[in-house]
Design a protein around this ligand. Structure first.
Ligand code: AMP
Ligand code: MG
Length: 330
């Protein structure tokens, strides 16, 4: 069994030697889990087909689900994708940060990285450790969330260790992540900006920048996206703990449950009958930050059902709903 090397790394002052070592591992084609501001990523050289294949194997990820490539500058993005003026404007406004742009891919990106598509998803994270690692390795780093496919995403190093400890080479541990949900993914290849996955950057932020964003069906307003332009990754059941997840929607009565041990997470207070396994958040921001950790925690507590407060479609509420909805399937 492989034994992963775990290094504590100060977020604001990353140890140069540790970053050098991790960057060397990336260049050698190994798997390195590292913190970003959204969730922990499982990184490999995005331009090395064999290295990227290891990501899919370690996670048990379907091969048609493309990866996000992480860069440390706009210039690095332009080396691997055709970036329109509009894309560059969005990058200048929102990078580094939780916004991923899907653009037409350049030849240099292996098909395995882009799930066989002719587009590639790119993001520049703001976490100092992520940026240091990308810069030091000198190559774009493909990194999906560092969890087993289908499980709640990892927002601390323990979660990465629990899922992948025996399958990867290095974990950089900088403590819990800030945003807590993955990046917002938009497609900027067409006439209009299409939201492929709601995430850490609220759609309202894009709209106040002057972009009219088309939301996928179900996330609604009135326009629909056709299925082909959706993100392959949003088709799967995902983010799910091993127990059942029930959604408690606004205006609905509390669900009748015939189980003894119930877990709860959300902003609204549950009825007092729920017991001790209750995690309350004071805002949508805190909810997003604590969502995956709470799911993993309640699962470890051995609850039979998790009831989750289903927030409104505003701000981070859209991303929280998406994750909870998919955790509740199946
Ligand atoms: P993850 O890395 O697990 O956080 O997921 C990345 C998300 O971005 C998934 O929903 C992918 O399907 C989506 N994605 C990545 N590349 C593309 C692409 N070229 N076109 C559409 N969606 C993409
Ligand atoms: Mg993921």
């Amino acid at each position: 069994m492989k034994k992963v090397a775990v290094y504590k790394v100060d977020k604001w002052n990353p140890d140069v030697e540790v970053i050098k070592l991790a960057a060397k591992k990336i260049r050698e084609g190994c798997l390195v889990a590292f913190p970003t501001e959204t969730v922990y990523g499982l990184g490999a050289n995005a331009l090395d087909e064999e290295a990227v294949r290891k990501i899919f194997l370690a996670k048990g990820r379907p091969q048609d689900n493309p990866l996000i490539v992480h860069v440390a500058s706009l210039e690095a993005a332009q080396k691997i994708a055709y970036c329109s003026q509009r894309a560059l404007n969005l990058m200048k406004a929102f990078w580094p940060g939780p916004l991923t742009l899907v653009m037409k891919s350049k030849e240099i990106v292996p098909k395995i990285t882009s799930g066989g598509l002719d587009t590639v998803a790119i993001r520049m994270p703001s976490h100092p450790v992520a940026l240091a690692l990308i810069e030091k390795s000198g190559i774009p780093i493909a990194a999906p969330s560092a969890n087993t496919s289908g499980r709640p995403s990892p927002t601390n190093a323990e979660a990465v260790y629990d899922d992948l400890g025996d399958k990867i080479d290095v974990i950089l541990d900088s403590g819990p992540t800030d945003v807590g949900v993955e990046s917002t993914v938009i497609d900027v290849t067409g006439e209009r900006v299409v939201l492929l996955r709601p995430g850490g950057l609220p759609v309202e932020a894009l709209e106040s920048f002057g972009e009219r964003v088309i939301l996928p069906e179900g996330l609604n307003r009135n326009e629909r996206t056709d299925e082909k332009r959706r993100s392959p990754g949003t088709r799967y059941r995902h983010y799910a703990p091993s127990c059942k997840v029930l959604l408690w929607k606004e205006g609905e009565d509390w669900p009748e449950l015939e189980v003894k041990k119930i877990g709860y997470l959300g902003i609204r207070k549950p009825p007092s009958s729920v017991g001790d396994d209750v995690i309350l958040f004071e805002s949508l921001e805190h909810y997003a930050r604590g969502l995956f950790m709470a799911l993993r925690y309640l699962e470890k507590r051995g609850v039979e059902v998790i009831v989750a407060d289903y927030p409104k479609k505003e701000g981070l509420g859209l991303a929280i709903r998406d994750r909870l909805y998919r955790a509740s399937l199946g």
